[in-house]
Design a protein around this ligand. Sequence first.
Ligand SMILES: Cc1cc2nc3c(=O)[nH]c(=O)nc-3n(C[C@H](O)[C@H](O)[C@H](O)COP(=O)(O)O)c2cc1C
Length: 197
Amino acid sequence: MRKVFIHLPQPSLKGSVSVEEALYRRRSVRSFGSDGLTLQEITQILWAAYGKNAYGKKTAPSAGATYPLDIYLVAGNVEGLTPGLYQYNSENHILTMIRSGDIRDALAQAAYQQEFIGFAPATIILVAQFARTTHFYGKRGERYVFIDTGHVGQNVSLQTEAMGLGTCMIGAFDDKKVSDLLTVKGDVVYLMPVGRI
Ligand SMILES: Cc1cc2nc3c(=O)[nH]c(=O)nc-3n(C[C@H](O)[C@H](O)[C@H](O)COP(=O)(O)O)c2cc1C
């Protein structure tokens, strides 16, 4: 089957909310408005998660620059995106469609029926490739992968807040059910449903 690529718009490097204000106002949001997200909005959040920075690296630090995370997007109500599962490629700033179909409710069920996940227009999913980091750091690399994950989560959290949108970090989910649903390589470590407040 021919792969579907979506070339994303450029992210903005200026916002109207300061880092200090975003830190002050950030909180977990578990109830979302019914309106969807624009492609520009989801692009901004994907870029904040793991996009390219001014130095050719990424917006989040990574132990030994091993970048163990793959960034996936479950889109359900995003302008210009067919509902489905996508992977964000930060090198080329594109989304690759993995498969079509709205899996938001199935994702909510796999996360111990946290129903609000099913109502979010989109969910960002962090998937770890532990070997990228443990290859260099051995057992200690496992710790580094989780620390890296926290950095990316915080980037998403603050960017979302600065845009007047909401998210909630989700660590409680059934590993096997989520893995069976996504069928992607690696270990799913974090889900971040994003939507309007
Ligand atoms: C590692 C981690 C896992 C979390 N998992 C969940 C979750 O599965 N469901 C949920 O509703 N909130 C989850 N949260 C959000 C926390 O409950 C929330 O951050 C905490 O209550 C503090 O509230 P605040 O984010 O509004 O400041 C998680 C947060 C972290 C850091």
